[in-house]
Design a protein around this ligand. Structure first.
Ligand code: AVI
Length: 366
């Protein structure tokens, strides 16, 4: 993700509006570039049009990755998670299953578990099973801008009838603030464990990732814990294959962005004139997804009130997935007042789950 992207860029599921929600406009607060917090605003399309007009007139051309996740895009992302080449989801589930008890080890009970943007709740369920088995008294807070995701997650977690689950349909920051205020108001004892999984941090550029970690740390008491799932640097061939699979699912996921602009903004992108590209940018430690124009062409986008000229070979940059070194991740946490509690690395898939404890002294630095 380029600078200027919202942290909550992954919108895995379409919105509905049956939950209470609180909204907070990150853009009003400047960094970390949360953009709009309201799915209603996104689905109304006005922001899409403004963003598309601005971003396709920028150099290099780009489109914001959050727009990848319309209804079909969300389904395609679910399919990506099943691909043999894309190992993030399976590796993380394996690590969470194997180390669930250790992930919560040493935390004071009762334990408030917060998941930020967790999708359907399946990974959280794996983590909770281990904690339940370890006898931890749990309470769960789900934070997501998507009401549908919250409903699905709550349904998944219904398999733990003894655990109270509270959804917060809002941004990460506002959700953490609400939860922090409730902790104070209820004089809630015990610790808090925040889970940010799926290598979603990889879609934030390094400065946004620092701001995100600083924000999470800012809501912590000493001893609270962050559990972060992070994809690691690995051989280029594996990285490129993960984002340019043989079946073409990731290509469809990327090109669906153009389908969306055709549908929602009346654009006339010809999908056969664009190709999906996945590129490993070693200097920036990120896989970039692009849509490359296969010829010189002009695309009209009436809903965004513009026409965009493409040179042959010119591309639209649609997403970045930053890959970390496990030690660098620990060092980054330490700088921000998050000390390594433990780290579990899948050496085969090159994926890490890292547990950080909030330590006093460096709170809120960026
Ligand atoms: C959601 N996010 C962590 C995925 C990733 O790996 O960056 C999105 C994705 N894009 C293409 N494949 C998967």
């Amino acid at each position: 993700m380029q600078s200027g992207e919202p942290l909550e860029s992954r919108r895995p599921l379409a919105a509905s509006s049956t939950l209470n929600h609180r909204t907070a406009d990150w853009s009003a607060q400047g960094p970390p570039d949360m953009g709009t917090s309201s799915e209603a605003a996104l689905s109304s399309g006005y922001r899409l049009a403004d963003d598309v007009r601005r971003d396709l007139q920028a150099s290099p051309k780009r489109l914001q990755p959050r727009y990848l996740y319309d209804a079909l895009g969300s389904q395609l992302f679910e399919a990506i998670c099943e691909l043999p080449e894309y190992r993030i989801t399976r590796s993380e589930l394996h690590l969470l299953t194997t180390h669930a008890a250790a992930i919560g080890a040493g935390m004071s009970s009762p334990l408030t578990v917060v998941e930020l943007g967790g999708g359907n709740g399946e990974k959280l369920a794996v983590l909770l099973s281990g904690l339940v088995d370890a006898g931890v008294d749990l309470r769960v807070e789900l934070v997501d801008v998507s009401a549908t995701a919250l409903e699905l997650a709550a349904r998944t977690l219904a398999r733990f009838p003894a655990i109270r689950v509270t959804p917060h349909q809002t941004t990460y920051e506002a959700g953490l603030q609400d939860i922090g205020e409730q902790r104070i108001a209820e004089v809630r004892p015990g610790g808090m464990l925040v889970a940010f999984l799926g290598s979603n941090i990889g879609n934030l550029d390094p400065s946004a990732a620092r701001r995100f970690l600083t924000m999470v740390r800012g809501g912590f008491r000493s001893g609270d814990r962050l559990v972060l799932g992070t994809d690691l640097v690995k051989p280029e061939s594996e990285l490129v294959a993960a984002y340019d699979d043989v079946l073409g699912v990731t290509a469809a996921f990327n090109k669906n962005l153009l389908v969306r602009l055709n549908r929602e903004l009346g654009a006339n992108f010809d999908l056969d004139r664009f190709a999906h590209r996945a590129v490993w940018n070693a200097a920036e430690s990120r896989v970039e997804m692009h849509l490359e124009s296969l010829r010189a062409q002009t695309v009209s986008i009436p809903g965004a009130d513009c026409a965009v000229a493409f040179a042959a070979g010119e591309s639209i940059w649609t997403e970045s997935s930053y890959k970390y070194e496990s030690a660098a991740l620990v060092a980054l946490g330490a700088e921000l007042g998050l000390a390594r509690h433990d780290q579990w690395v899948d050496e085969d898939a090159h994926f890490a789950v890292t547990a950080f404890n909030a330590v006093d002294g460096l709170r809120g630095q960026s």
